[in-house]
Ligand binder design. Structure first.
Ligand code: GLC
Ligand code: CA
Length: 598
């Protein structure tokens, strides 16, 4: 065990060993206490299919969401982000949109969306919706018109149609693979039945890519933004924001198209992938920012209300971080997901490095950092962190795969979340993580619906494991997900143990931990505080002080112990909360994070 440093040594670099001191300079300065809401918000992702089913058809829906919103008020989140609920054949669970200005009957109606928005706002919760601009569904009216109109028609110009290579056009126009596996091109059939042109789809064949050089496409999306802004949404999460513009000439690319692998040029001879992160994509977001700003003009600081800002958040898997933050320059988007943080191994040095790099990059453009550990595309962190440290992040876990250690995973997940929520900036939570929910890691493959499973030739299990319907009440059919026992993906029997009603008011439950974290985060102003590293705890500990706004002189010490030996808190530090039980002597055991006041 490392001895307890005294409060003085912590604060002032005293003489007694072990010396645990504050770094000379903060790594990240405090923002103003009046900072705009999105600079420090905690945003909860709802995956509509899987959160709450109002009508018992086994698929979550908007009325189900509206009815459950008070739960989120009690949890203490600032905003929700909803994955797509638009008209869609659901080939990629709604990320294949056929009509951007209507609701799929699976999820309800526009009236249901309005009711959900009104209820959320009444409860003080902002609402961010998902915008999918890279591609539509192949059942979008424009794509159907393009197919019917044939080669050379203006209708085809809105998508990426090309003639094939080879004598008879029988080969795809280039060698790109799709993110879900298989070629990124599908050949069409002409109206007269003969084989025709090919169209590009970076994802499923049912998700044709738009041609963002076409003015119709730009105008259409500006109108879609306005449509939802006028209905009162507080912002947009922008799907595949780094993909809209492709390099001229669509040159071949030898690397596998691994969107979630980023765009690092480490293995690519300094060449950037021609389908990702092209410079010209930024002009699109500059235009969108103007549209959003018009709803709360920034020109006049006196009348600009920072609580009414509408925001854009980029899903941009871009490396290195210096390029990623170009999406959040002050005339573009407000936030971008921090996937580097999500992908960091459970190792103190790696975590310190990613926090440091994230602040340096975001601060260089004056944007808030964001933090995220789970979403609908990755194995939940309670499962991921139960795999041996250093395991490559799996794309789904199934029968026959090495299984995570659930108990260890949960302990680390709680410690990771307690670390994340103490960091200045904005944090994203994924539905169910507040219950400590693991992935479904033994789902029989016949239930899988993610196109990845089929398109990869059954080599990548894909994302169904993190998309299983949420358990609300242990003793009800579908664990209270809906009024019937039907669920679109099977719920593992262990989910009953994680149900909301098993955790509310239960000391030490993961749900109560999240509530405490969110309450304290708010009262201590951690979202806008300055971060200063605490040095001297050794390599296995991540320790820092978050100053809050310091008006009241209260500072929060955060100690995350990732090493095997327990560590002591400085004398006089008063415990605020801990992600797990402390040692009998008050020390912080392995895989545990504490917040303390001093
Ligand atoms: C984003 C979404 C993912 C979807 C893909 C294609 O990465 O998060 O779920 O499959 O885009 O739209
Ligand atoms: Ca339903």
């Amino acid at each position: 065990m490392t001895d307890a440093p005294s409060l003085d040594t912590l604060a002032t670099a005293g003489t007694d060993a072990p010396v645990v001191t504050l770094a000379a300079r903060p790594t990240h300065p405090a923002s103003s206490p009046e900072a705009a809401w999105w600079r420090h918000a905690v945003i909860y992702q709802i995956y509509p299919r899987s959160w709450a089913d109002g009508n018992g058809d086994g698929i979550g829906d908007l009325p189900g969401i509206t009815a459950r919103l008070p739960y989120l008020r009690d949890l203490g989140v600032d905003a929700i982000w909803l994955s797509p609920f638009y008209t869609s054949p659901q080939a990629d669970a709604g990320y294949d949109v056929a009509d951007y200005c209507d609701i799929d009957p699976l999820f309800g109606s526009l009236a249901d969306a309005d009711a959900m928005l009104a209820r959320a706002h009444m409860l003080g919760i902002k609402v961010i919706v998902d915008l999918v601009p890279n591609h539509s569904s192949d059942e979008h009216a424009w794509f159907k018109a393009a197919l019917a109109a044939g080669p050379g028609s203006p209708e085809r110009e809105r998508y990426m149609f090309r003639d094939g290579l080879g004598e008879h056009g029988e080969l795809p126009p280039n060698n790109w693979d799709s993110v879900f596996g298989g070629p990124a091109w599908t050949r069409t059939t002409n109206p007269d039945g003969t084989p025709g042109q090919w169209y590009l789809h970076l994802f499923d064949p049912k998700q044709p890519d738009f041609n963002w050089d076409h003015p119709d496409v730009r105008a259409e999306f500006e109108q879609i933004l306005t449509f939802w802004l006028d209905r009162g949404v507080d912002g947009f999460r922008v799907d595949v924001a780094h993909g809209l513009i492709k390099e001229d000439g669509l040159p071949d690319w030898e690397e596998a198209l691994e969107m979630l692998g980023g765009t690092d040029d480490e293995h690519t001879d300094g060449r950037r992938p021609p389908m990702w992160d092209q410079d010209r994509v930024h002009e699109i977001y500059q235009r969108w920012r103007e549209i959003l700003n018009a709803y709360n003009p920034v020109e006049d600081p006196d009348s600009h209300d920072v609580n009414r800002d509408r925001i854009l958040c980029a899903e941009a898997w871009v490396n290195p971080v210096e390029r990623a933050v170009r999406y959040i320059r002050d005339d573009e988007m407000h936030q971008a997901f921090n996937f580097d943080f999500l992908q960091t191994a459970w190792a103190a040095a790696d975590l310190r490095a990613v926090v440091e790099a994230s602040f340096a990059a975001a601060d260089s453009v004056g944007a808030p950092t964001t933090w995220v550990l789970s979403n609908h595309d990755v194995v939940r962190h309670a499962s991921r962190l139960g795999l041996p440290v250093g395991t490559k992040r799996p794309n789904g876990i199934g029968v026959g795969d090495p299984q995570p250690d659930a108990e260890l995973g949960l302990q680390r997940a709680r410690a990771a979340t307690a670390l994340m929520l103490a960091l200045p900036g904005s944090s994203y939570l994924y539905q169910g993580e507040e219950l400590g929910l693991p992935d479904s890691t033994d789902m029989p493959d016949e239930f899988r619906q993610d196109p990845t499973w089929e398109r990869s030739g059954h080599t990548e299990r894909g994302r169904d494991g993190c998309r299983v319907p949420i358990p609300w009440e242990a003793d009800r059919p579908s664990f209270g997900f809906g009024p019937s026992d039907s669920t679109w993906l099977p719920q593992p029997s262990v989910y009953g143990r994680y149900a909301v009603d098993q955790q509310v008011g239960v000391e030490g439950s993961t749900l109560e931990l999240y509530r405490a974290l969110l309450t304290s985060r708010r009262t201590l102003d951690l979202g806008v505080g300055a971060l200063t590293w605490v040095e001297g705890y050794g390599d296995d500990v991540v320790a820092f002080v978050n100053s809050g706004v310091e008006a009241d002189g209260v500072r929060t010490l955060v100690v995350a112990n990732l090493g095997p030996a327990p560590v002591a808190l400085p004398e006089g530090a008063q415990l605020i909360l801990a992600s797990g039980p402390l040692g009998q002597d008050g020390t912080v055991p392995t895989d545990t994070t504490v917040w303390a006041r001093f």
